[in-house]
Design a protein around this ligand. Structure first.
Ligand code: ADP
Ligand code: MG
Ligand code: ZN
Length: 474
């Protein structure tokens, strides 16, 4: 045992899901043809002026409110100067000494233990473009240039890869539920830099390295584990950790040093002369705070304490805001909470997952779901045919009842009619009928199956089961 303990601080970048960019009216949209969402402002032409997107400020303040930050009544913009081909202006408009939000904290649960990770600040800045490396060379796509980006800086409060990943998951959940960012790792809309040092308990923190631009939870975990191993080896062999900026290569699973770490002075930060400071009144902040929807943690608590759901269900239902909204909508429209939860966790999650790679697509409303469950409850349709109804109403506003009629799925609950059918089937299958009379209960399901086949699944299975037993027992 080395006795060294890792200390981790994260810098997390989240793209805001505003309609337009931070300082121009170009679309903020992922996946467009390269360089189609650009204009002289975001492409860095000389002589143009930025115009601040009010929504981006609102979203950042809302994010800050969601994690208990202090919201600055006065904040300002600064230029962070550096050259890189994805940054045509050669400076990034960011916030240096007066960010929009300071402080705040996120609660995480790791190994059954609750921990608090403090935030240092959240500031707003513009994203850079993207370099696209190809066979013929490297091209640059400026679509992402000027997309509003929140940078969230934590205090060095984490001490393992598990804690760092739990923090990122919780932060992403808070921002998704607050409606400010999709936090889609695959689309690069959430990325993290890992600051890590090793020290012995009771001693001052060690020298840190910063591994930049990790864009999946998995690479955050692997980069942390690799860096813990590397620093521990350096220290144990009597060496010193050098403060530097590093990259992590997902393919080899190894980190490598890029350059000595730059200091703030290397960026020659100075106040942005083209933008006014952001001044917020108590009213502004109050109004934004009031627009904050219920977060996942609060919903989980409400689901278990007030609706009496198991913790597992509450966890599943809050994996995605759209899923939680659907569930709440169905309950508000009169659905039984446990039945709605079961249906969402099985049928809706299955269907929603196949439709979208990242997250879940929810293709029906709470009202539709409540009505669908009521139809099953009343025996108008059974669970199996509810899937056909779901397929038909998915991403439409057709009512489940209309879909049941259109599909001809209404279930037969007429005991007289069903009994007639049962008698026909029993008469046509004397062998299995005999088996039942000799005590083989298993053939009951054979008869129900035959009946379902003959009626294309449109018979009430409960009534069918009872009648098969009755007829066979005569
Ligand atoms: P910079 O602006 O140079 O990146 P900051 O002081 O803003 O430096 O810190 C950046 C991040 O590094 C923060 O998340 C902070 O928690 C973390 N950090 C600072 N010191 C250490 C340390 N000794 N070990 C691990 N993380 C650290
Ligand atoms: Mg940094
Ligand atoms: Zn633009």
């Amino acid at each position: 045992m080395s006795g060294y303990v890792p200390t981790i601080g994260l810098e997390v970048h989240c793209e805001l899901k505003t309609e337009t960019k931070l300082f121009c009216s170009c679309r903020n949209k992922f996946g467009s043809e390269p360089n189609t969402n650009t204009c002289p402002v975001c492409a860095g032409h000389p002589g143009v002026l930025p115009v601040l997107n009010r929504k981006a400020v609102e979203y950042t303040v809302r994010a800050g409110c969601a994690i208990g930050c202090k919201i600055s009544r006065y904040s300002k913009w600064d230029r962070k100067n550096y050259f890189y081909p994805d940054l045509p202006k050669a400076w990034q408009t960011s916030q240096y000494d007066l960010p929009l939000c300071t402080g705040g904290e996120v609660k995480i649960t790791v190994g059954g233990e609750e921990k608090t990770v403090r935030l240092n600040r959240i500031h707003l800045e513009e994203d850079a473009g993207k370099l696209v490396h190809g066979a013929g060379g490297t091209a640059v796509d400026y679509n992402r240039c000027g997309v509003p980006l929140m940078e969230c800086v934590t205090e060095p409060d984490m001490h393992s890869a598990d804690e760092a990943v739990a923090f990122l998951e919780e932060l992403a959940s808070v921002f998704r539920f607050a409606g400010v960012s999709d936090c889609r790792m695959q689309e690069g809309s959430i990325r993290a830099d890992v600051n890590l040092s090793m020290s012995r308990p009771g001693e001052p923190l060690g020298t840190r390295t910063e591994t930049k631009n990790l864009n999946s939870f998995r690479s955050v975990r692997r980069a942390i584990e690799a860096e813990i191993r590397r620093q521990t080896e350096v220290l144990e062999s009597g060496g010193k950790v050098v403060q530097e900026t590093r990259r992590f290569d997902d393919a080899t699973g190894e980190g490598y040093g890029m350059r000595g770490k730059e200091d703030a002075q290397d960026y020659r930060y100075f106040p942005e002369p083209d933008l006014m400071p952001v001044v917020l009144s108590d009213d502004d902040v109050g109004r934004i705070r009031a627009s904050l929807p219920e977060l996942a943690r609060d919903r989980r608590k409400r689901y278990t304490e007030r609706l009496g759901l198991p913790a597992y269900d509450a966890e599943q239902l809050t994996c995605d805001p759209a899923v939680a909204e659907l569930f709440d909508g169905a309950v508000n429209a009169g659905a039984n909470a446990k039945k709605a939860a079961n249906y969402v966790m099985s049928e809706i999650m299955r269907k929603g997952k196949t439709a979208g790679e990242d997250g879940i697509i929810v293709g029906i409303s709470g009202t539709q779901l409540a009505e669908l469950l009521a139809l099953v409850d009343k025996g108008e349709i059974n669970l199996v045919s509810s899937r056909d109804v779901l397929d038909r109403i998915w991403l439409t506003d057709e009512t489940p009842s209309a879909a049941v009629d259109a599909l001809g799925l209404r279930q037969n609950n007429d005991e007289g009619e069903i009994e007639k059918l049962v008698r026909d089937i029993v008469a046509a299958n004397p062998g299995p009928a005999d088996d039942f009379r000799k005590g083989n209960e298993k053939v009951l399901s054979f008869f129900v199956g035959q009946l379902m086949k003959a009626t294309k699944g449109k018979t009430n299975p409960k009534i069918a089961g009872e009648l098969v037993r009755k007829v066979l027992s005569e």
